[in-house]
Design a protein around this ligand. Structure first.
Ligand code: HGY
Ligand code: MN
Ligand code: MN
Length: 414
């Protein structure tokens, strides 16, 4: 006999999502919440208050990951964990990451109010800097927990204004926690609730996605060095125009991805910096951020090589100097088949239509999968839009996701 429906209060989640969205830098109505910015620090304080109000034990680690624990009756060494991130790329939406944090909090409250008492401890993790905005490195908090970025690399990180990770974490009140003592958490399982950030679930009318694999993301910084000059007097034959070279490079990126032989290859240049950046000056310097992903890492490597060869040809022909810096090249992650089956069973028990799928976006689960059995629960978002103010997940979609998460946690920690 299936247990009584949990007293999940979606109005409470909606109100908390709306309040969390107010912790943002302009421009509005989008959300911008960058690691250790004033809105991020305020959001962290607010969230810790919500966790404590729900009776959870809260702690932070040296890189700012937050842990909110519901102590189990027979805790043992391995807790069951869930969670996601609350940082938001510039001018984005209010659901990316936050649904997985506030949805987990609501699942905990509803389980407790239903009289459930976990044997294993249950823990919500809020990972620092899932977005690469501040330092260019994605999933900074979960990457550090998985040991994929060490204390020296972390301390060497600097943002575009030249501020170091060390000084920013000091200002965030974390300086007293030694980076070298960052210990990977020991979990029996990790399940992350997240919006799909794509159109499949909505298109198929499915309420739940059980994620089987997470695509392999890579990112690079490419710098083109030419010669700045006067837009009127420097003739075309004499130019070493860094921006024109970078522009040819951006089209070469798109061509290499299109010619990979699979729609699963995606390559994006969404970021460019130019110097001197004057209307009437020839650009002497241009820097590109390249985001390259595929569910097949070997194919991703082939496309990265093709892009690099094209860049070398362009730079040679235009007499430009070229530097190619790898920011990260991560392998894909396979989710735990047992947890995927649990998600599908929970959805079925709740009468929710579900499908297996892959995640083309990366998530902290990409790194938790290196530490413990991991899986993700996706819910639909309107037209698959994300990383923009139009991002939207309906209250019904969020409630369905929270119900499946709570049912999974009850099964895993009960
Ligand atoms: O870019 C991503 O895949 C994630 O949304 N940060
Ligand atoms: Mn995101
Ligand atoms: Mn996210």
């Amino acid at each position: 006999m299936s247990p009584l429906p949990l007293p999940i209060r979606c109005d409470r989640v909606e109100a908390e999502l709306a309040e969390l969205a107010t912790f943002s830098d302009p421009p509005f109505p989008g959300v911008t919440r960058v690691l250790f910015s004033a809105p991020d620090l305020a959001a962290r304080r607010w969230l810790q208050g919500r966790f404590r109000a729900a009776g959870l034990e809260v702690r932070a680690d040296a890189v700012g990951n937050l842990f909110a624990r519901w102590l189990g009756e027979d805790p043992g060494p391995l807790a069951v964990a869930t969670g996601s991130h609350i940082d938001a790329v510039p001018h984005s939406g209010r659901y990316d990451g936050t649904v997985g944090v506030l949805g987990a909090l609501e699942a905990f409250r509803a389980l407790r109010e239903s009289g459930f008492r976990p044997k294993r401890s249950l823990e919500i993790v809020v990972f620092s800097a899932e977005e690469p905005t501040r330092f260019g490195v994605s999933c900074l908090g979960s990457r550090a927990l998985a040991g994929r970025i060490g204390p020296e690399e972390l301390a060497a990180l600097r943002d575009e204004a030249g501020r170091s990770f060390a000084e920013l974490r000091e200002a965030a009140g974390l300086g007293h926690l030694p980076l070298a003592e960052l210990a990977p958490p020991r979990y029996a399982a990790f399940v992350e609730l997240h919006i799909e950030q794509g159109p499949l679930l909505e298109r198929e009318g499915a309420a739940i996605g059980a994620v089987e694999a997470i695509a392999a993301p890579a990112a690079y910084r490419i710098r083109w060095l030419g010669e700045a000059g006067h837009a009127g007097t420097l003739l075309l034959a004499d130019r070493r125009d860094a921006l024109a070279g970078a522009a040819e490079g951006i089209l070469a990126v798109e061509r290499a991805a299109r010619e990979s032989g699979s729609a699963d290859t995606v390559a994006t240049v969404g970021q460019i910096a130019v110097s001197p950046g004057a209307l009437n000056s020839v650009a002497g310097f241009a820097s590109l951020g390249l985001d390259l992903r595929d569910i097949n890492p070997e194919r991703r490597e082939r496309v990265a090589s093709a892009i690099r060869e094209a860049f070398v040809e362009i730079a040679g022909r235009r007499r430009l100097e070229l530097s190619w810096e790898r920011i990260y090249e991560d392998p894909p992650a396979a989710c735990d088949p047992g947890l995927v089956a649990q998600i599908l069973a929970s959805a079925d028990r709740l009468g929710l239509r579900a499908r297996r799928m892959i995640s083309r976006a990366y998530h902290d689960s990409l790194f938790l999968a290196r530490l413990c059995p991991t899986a993700m629960i996706f819910i639909p978002c309107r037209a698959g839009k994300s990383h923009c103010p139009e991002e939207h997940a309906s209250p019904a979609a969020i409630e369905a996701g929270v119900r499946v998460l709570a049912d999974c946690l009850r099964a895993l920690a009960g």
